[in-house]
Structures are given as structure tokens and as C-alpha cells.
Write a protein that binds this ligand. Structure first.
Ligand code: HDE
Length: 710
């Protein structure tokens, strides 16, 4: 590297940023060209006379325009849309029993991290609220080199073998003839592929669940997906599955809301993450591991190498071993969030791969993709990708090389450089791959132990609450309802019947079609000469009927920290009513915004000014978690006559959010769809109004409202 970045142990995180020699702050500086020449006029090009033609000689204009012309790099082929933040990780206690990884030994060590969240299918400028898997990629800058845990917010994947990845992605991306639809799976090619790929059914359950439309990136789980290995100092290996558990709990929005947020604020998740960090409400996740001894490799009804399977937490509990805190926004989106290059093959001693065939394919793909995206094998020299450990090897040259290697020796073994750089012994931290006995025939095929396509899809569906199941049905009706080819819809309903007959029936009813039996054999992904019998679905008892850990209904519901609460008000509002609630909510860490018919100021009943945060023109109920209508006769009368205010309340009610009203504020509720309905989460006339409202917001949603009255 150009300069070594030494990061002292426990360095305050601001220092980490300051230590980066490439971080530039232009405050108080004079403007220069890229060659360092001071610029006198950045507003006018060089011309032959004031009205004359521009001269080719104008090297300053040409430098500026040339740079501009080349500002864009190819977006990621998948996970193009993303948002990221810096932070640190600390282990709770040494994990030396299982792994020798340095960053998992000492609870006093803060390991810097950079985390990028993403959607998968959409382009860089697409909406945050697409129904999609979310990427959850963590780069740990450890003293033993960079370790990347490149995971998702769902613990399984659509396919079992890397060979199918380009097909899956081609199918989900906008269709190639007309480039529609953007960032959406609700179209023929995706469901055509899925209907012919039954191994995807477990992942489909997750992707159609509310997990695919998170309320916030800060409120979702993360998973390493594949089974990895922990290796301890004695060389003993344990299988391990990685988890991230959000301390704010897991919460989602509803699909109607997601679609509206996409119009009202397509940067909703990006803004939410940025604002929470700016406000000092640092997102936190606990790091969890499920550990399986090597001897137990074949103990389960599923194959640990199959990325379409979970290990239910009720069978192997998740041990929470550390915590990650995100506490600093990037300084520059392009330099950091866009140029960061993750790779599941960026390992440290103490962690290793398994033979999961999806993971094995990924190990090729990530460096390869950086070559076309970042344009050079020197992408590791970009500041965000640099190891905090110094880099010494005989790799040389290439586009945009930053490192200036001294001396004449660029090969190993050598005497010209005194034999340097030396190979590192294991005791010195040298990485060695875990020795695994392999005694096999070379085959192009798939293990029979991977052939159970539906049991865990059923486990997932059965583990969901009633409301969550309803949402899966609705999502499938939406997605399949958008298809143009009826045969794909029918094939899908046939496959759903293998997951749950009631699910299939409900979706078929929604689509107005019949449930037909799927064609056997179910897996079309076998070679032309393979025996179809070898690829037939082989259901296996999972040992449990339900896994409570799979339902978001069982998440924590005792905090309103960082929730966004709308306060609807107009001139004449009861100032005391408004400020009492505002203070109570903010004391619990929630954020409030006063929304009024116009911007600027409104007057309270006593004539004092109250600052308006948003008008009905710029606000929308879908951007908030709950709504409060304070007292005040004139304010209530004005809101009753304001269609946008009534729509705000109606929509909050429809999306099952907590609603509270004080004094005459209740009249506004009466004028809305809420009327005098008695519903959980609608709070009026209570003595301890603030307390009741806070408790209701923490519940997140009141799904009973979705039930159609008999
Ligand atoms: Fe990726 N994936 N992936 N993936 N993936 C990429 O690498 C790939 C898979 C994941 O924020 C690409 O730098 C193949 C599973 C995340 O920068 C690319 C296969 C999981 C990110 C690539 C998979 C992931 C990527 C595109 C099947 C969850 C975004 C840009 C064999 C465990 C990282 C890039 C970021 C990005 C290939 C499957 C997670 C093309 C071939 C499974 C979070 O290399």
C-alpha cells in the first residue's frame, strides 16, 4: 500500500477514519487541477474572444470534462442497489475452543467493520422497497487480514448449485426484450424458472414472506447461508452457521405500503440508516453461531452442504458470541459503498469453507466480477478494500497500481531480496486450508441427500403466524397474478400444493384457477442423460413441526426506539396536548414530526408558534410507524376538512399501525374510516394516553384489522 495504516487496538472509531491517508477534506483549501495546478477560473472555458469559439488548448476544461465522462463504473450485476456504514465488532468472550480467528479471541478488541446492505435484482437507482432478498455483507478489517462474511437476510438460497446462478439471475432481472419490470420478481421469466426449479420452494416461502419487505435495514436478521467451518488452534474443525440478530427486533412493512413508499421515498431504507446513525441511534446486531461437531455431519435429515436448508434453531441453538455496532456513515458514497469489493474467499485463519456447491462457485465469482466492475486486479488497493495488515507479496503492476515496490526481487524463491517476503509459519499466522479427506469419483451431478425440496418450505410456512401466512398467500396471488402465461401460474400452484395444500388452495382461489398436480419428475435441473428417478423429491421428516424462531411475530416488541411518529395538527392545536405526547415519545427514543396543512409555522390555541416539520404535500402515512392527533377544537375542525389528513389516518389504519388521539383529536378519527371502531392499537380517551400509545407502537402492527368482518 502507499502508506501503512496502523490502527491501534481500541482506537476510537473517528481515528480509524482519520488514519486513512487518502481521506481528503477540502475545507479551507484552494482549488487545483488533478496535477495540483491552482485554478483561477472554474466557471468559464478559454475562448477566442468573449463570444468566440472555445479553444482546444483549454486543458483545464478538457481535464474536467474527461473525468466527468468516465465517472460511472459498471454497477454490480446483482446487489447493485446498496447502502453501507462503518462500525466495529466485539466478541463477548474468547471463542478459542472452536476457532483461532484472532478477532474472535479478545473481548477488549474492537475490530473495524464496513457493512453493505443491498437488494438483489434492481439497478443502482431502483427502489429500496422492492420485494427482494437483502444482501448483508460485512467486511471485518482484522489484524490478520480482511474477513468478509457476505450474507443475506434470509438463511437459504434459491438454488443448490452455482451452475444455475446465471439462469436464476437472468430470469429475475427485467425481461431482455423490453427491460421490464425493474426490481421486481412478479413477471413471467422469474416464475417460469422457479416453476421448473422445485429446489427453490423453501427460499420462495421466505421471499414471499414479510422478510422481503423490511421496515428498516436495522430491523432485519442476517445469515451466512452456507455451512462454514471453525478451526481451532489444534486444527479441530466444527461446522458453523452464522447469524446476525438485530437488537431492535425484526419488523416489516406491508406490501401495499411498500409499493407506496417506493413512490413517496424510494430511498426509504437508505435514508433510515443514514439518519439513525447521524442521530446517534447506532444500529446493533448480535453475532450468532450454530455449531455442529464434525462427527454429527450426517446426523440431520438434511445435508449441511445444501444451501436450501436451515438448521432449525430449536435443534441447534444460536449462541450469541459478540456484537456489531454501526456508528459512522461513509464520507463518500462512491469511494466506499460503490467501490467496496466483498468476497466469501477473503478468509482469516480459524475460518474455512465447506464443499457446499453454491459456495464453491461463489469463490470463483467475486474476484472475477471485480475485474470488470473495478477494472483492475489492484482493486484491493482502493482505500475501502485495503487490509489494515500490510500487504507483501510478488504480485506486481497492472492498471492503477498504487503500491511502489522497492528492490529488484519480485519472485519467490529468491536470494536477490534475501528471500523476502518470507512464507508465514502457522505459528506466525500463516493460513493453511483445513485438511479434508476426499475419496471420490469425478462426477457432474448432485447429491441424493439434496433431493428434499419441500419439507423445510412446509416447516417455514407452518411456523408463521396467521397474519404472516395471509401475507404469503397475498404475495403469491400478487406475483402470480401479474403473469401473462397461464401455464406458469398453474405449474406454480401445483408446486405449492407440495408445500401445503391449504396454501395452494388459497392461492388458487385468489387466482381463480384449479390446483393441478405437478408433473413428475419435479427437478428439471439434471443432465440430458441422467436418470430422472435419481432426481425425484425425497421428503424427509424434519424432527419438528414448527420453529418459533422462523416467525417475526415472536420478535421483541418492547421498544419504540427510532420509530417515526406523525403528529397531525393545524392552527388552534392544543399546545400542551401536543408537547406532552412529543416529549413522552422522544424520551423513549422515537422521532416525531409535526405535519400540518402548510409548511412554516402553525399557531397553537394560545397563539404561540409551533414549527411544522412537513406539510401534507411532502409527508405520507407510509413513511411513519404511528400517528397522533392532539386536541384543539380549531385544529380538529381544520383536519376534518383536509382530505389529506383523513387519507393519512385511513391509510395508517389500513396498514394496521398504532393511532392515538387526544381531546378533540378523537373527532378527526370519527370523521375518518376509523369512525368509532373498537380496534386494538386505536387509543383514545385513555387516562395514561402516552403510556398506552408507546406500548401500542412497540407492538408494531395490529394484524387483526386485516380480517374481513364476517
Ligand atoms: Fe453473491 N454475488 N453470488 N450471493 N452476493 C455478488 O459480487 C454470486 C450468493 C451476495 O454489497 C457479486 O461484488 C454467485 C449467495 C451479496 O457488494 C457476484 C452466486 C449469497 C452481494 C456474486 C451467489 C450472496 C453479492 C456481484 C451463486 C448469500 C453484494 C457484485 C453461486 C450468502 C455484496 C459482487 C456487496 C454480490 C456472485 C450467490 C450474497 C457476481 C455466482 C447464496 C450480499 O460476484
Amino acid at each position: 500500500m502507499a502508506k501503512k495504516r496502523t490502527i491501534p487496538k481500541n482506537a476510537p472509531d473517528k481515528k480509524l477514519a482519520d488514519l486513512n491517508p487518502d481521506r481528503t477534506d477540502s475545507t479551507g483549501e484552494l482549488m487545483t487541477t488533478d496535477q495540483g495546478l491552482k485554478i483561477n477560473d472554474d466557471n468559464n472555458s478559454l475562448k477566442a474572444g468573449e463570444r468566440g469559439a472555445t479553444l482546444l488548448e483549454d486543458f483545464i476544461l478538457r481535464e474536467k470534462i474527461t473525468h466527468f465522462d468516465h465517472e460511472r463504473i459498471p454497477e454490480r450485476i446483482v446487489h447493485a442497489r446498496g447502502s453501507a456504514a462503518h462500525g466495529f465488532f466485539q466478541v463477548y468472550k474468547s471463542m478459542e475452543k472452536y476457532t483461532k480467528a484472532g478477532f474472535l479471541q479478545d473481548p477488549s478488541v474492537k475490530t473495524p467493520v464496513f457493512v453493505r446492505f443491498s437488494t438483489v435484482a434492481g439497478s443502482r437507482g431502483s427502489t429500496d422497497l422492492a420485494r427482494d432478498v437483502r444482501g448483508f455483507a460485512v467486511k471485518f478489517y482484522t489484524e490478520e487480514g480482511n474477513y468478509d462474511l457476505v450474507g443475506n437476510n434470509m438463511p437459504v438460497f434459491f438454488i443448490q448449485d452455482a451452475m444455475k446462478f446465471p439462469d436464476l439471475i437472468h430470469a429475475v432481472k427485467p425481461e431482455p426484450d423490453h427491460e421490464m419490470p425493474q426490481a421486481a420478481s412478479a413477471h413471467d421469466t422469474f416464475w417460469d424458472f422457479i416453476s421448473l426449479t422445485p429446489e427453490s420452494m423453501h427460499m420462495i416461502m421466505w421471499a414471499m414472506s414479510d422478510r422481503a419487505i423490511p421496515r428498516s435495514l436495522r430491523m432485519m436478521e442476517g445469515f451466512g447461508v452456507h455451512t462454514f467451518r471453525f478451526i481451532n488452534a489444534k486444527g479441530k474443525s466444527h461446522f458453523v452457521k452464522f447469524h446476525w440478530k438485530p437488537l431492535l427486533g425484526m419488523h416489516s412493512v406491508v406490501w401495499d405500503e411498500a409499493q407506496k413508499i417506493s413512490g413517496k421515498d424510494s430511498d426509504f431504507h437508505r435514508r433510515d440508516l443514514w439518519e439513525a446513525i447521524e442521530a446517534g441511534a447506532f444500529p446493533e446486531w448480535e453475532f450468532g453461531v450454530q455449531i455442529v461437531p464434525e462427527e454429527d455431519e450426517h446426523k440431520y435429515p438434511f445435508d449441511l452442504l445444501d444451501p436450501t436448508k436451515i438448521i432449525p434453531e430449536e435443534i441447534v441453538p444460536v449462541m450469541r458470541i459478540g456484537k456489531m455496532t454501526l456508528n459512522r456513515n461513509p464520507d463518500n458514497f462512491f469511494a466506499e459503498t460503490e467501490q467496496v469489493a466483498f468476497h466469501p474467499g477473503h478468509l482469516v485463519p480459524g475460518i474455512d469453507f465447506t464443499n457446499d456447491p453454491l459456495l464453491q462457485g461463489r469463490l470463483f465469482s467475486y474476484t472475477d466480477t471485480q475485474l470488470s466492475r473495478l477494472g483492475s486486479p489492484n482493486f484491493h488497493e482502493i482505500p475501502i478494500n485495503r487490509s489494515i495488515n500490510t500487504v507483501h507479496n510478488n504480485q506486481r503492476d497492472g492498471h492503477m497500481r498504487q503500491q511502489i515496490n522497492v528492490g529488484k526481487s519480485s519472485y519467490h524463491p529468491n536470494t536477490t531480496g534475501g528471500g523476502c517476503p518470507f512464507q508465514a509459519k502457522m505459528a506466525e499466522g500463516g493460513f493453511t486450508s483445513h485438511e479434508e479427506r476426499i475419496d471420490a469419483r469425478k462426477v457432474r451431478g448432485r447429491s441424493k441427500s439434496f433431493m428434499d425440496f419441500f419439507s423445510q418450505a412446509t416447516l417455514f410456512y407452518n411456523s408463521q403466524s396467521e397474519a404472516e401466512q395471509n401475507h404469503i398467500v397475498d404475495a403469491l396471488c400478487f406475483e402470480l397474478g401479474k403473469l401473462e402465461t397461464p401455464a406458469i401460474r398453474e405449474r406454480m400452484v401445483g408446486l405449492l400444493a407440495k408445500v401445503s395444500t391449504s396454501l395452494a388452495q388459497r392461492v388458487a382461489d385468489g387466482l381463480g384457477i384449479k390446483v393441478t398436480k405437478p408433473q413428475e419428475p419435479l427437478n428439471h435441473n439434471f443432465g440430458a442423460d441422467a436418470n430422472p428417478k435419481d432426481f425425484q423429491n425425497k421428503p424427509a421428516q424434519q424432527g419438528i413441526d414448527k420453529s418459533p424462531a422462523l416467525s417475526m411475530a415472536n420478535t421483541r416488541k418492547d421498544t419504540i426506539s427510532t420509530r417515526q411518529i406523525a403528529i397531525l395538527a393545524a392552527d388552534g392545536v392544543d399546545g400542551a396536548s401536543l408537547s406532552k405526547m412529543k416529549a413522552a415519545l422522544e424520551a423513549e427514543g422515537a422521532k416525531t414530526k409535526v405535519i400540518a396543512p402548510h409548511g412554516g409555522m402553525i399557531k397553537n390555541a394560545k397563539g404561540a408558534d409551533i414549527k411544522v416539520d412537513m406539510s401534507f404535500l411532502t409527508a405520507a402515512s407510509v413513511l411513519f410507524d404511528a400517528v397522533f392527533i392532539p386536541g384543539g377544537e380549531r385544529s380538529a375542525a381544520a383536519l376534518i376538512n383536509e382530505p389529506d389528513a383523513i387519507h393519512f389516518i385511513n391509510e395508517s389504519y389500513k396498514h394496521c399501525k398504532a393511532i392515538a388521539a387526544d381531546g378533540q383529536g378523537s373527532d378527526v378519527l370519527k370523521a375518518s374510516f376509523v369512525g368509532s371502531k373498537k380496534s386494538d392499537g386505536v387509543i383514545t380517551g385513555e387516562k395514561a394516553l402516552e403510556k398506552a400509545f408507546i406500548k401500542a407502537i412497540a407492538q408494531h402492527r395490529f394484524w387483526d384489522r386485516e380480517k374481513v368482518p364476517a
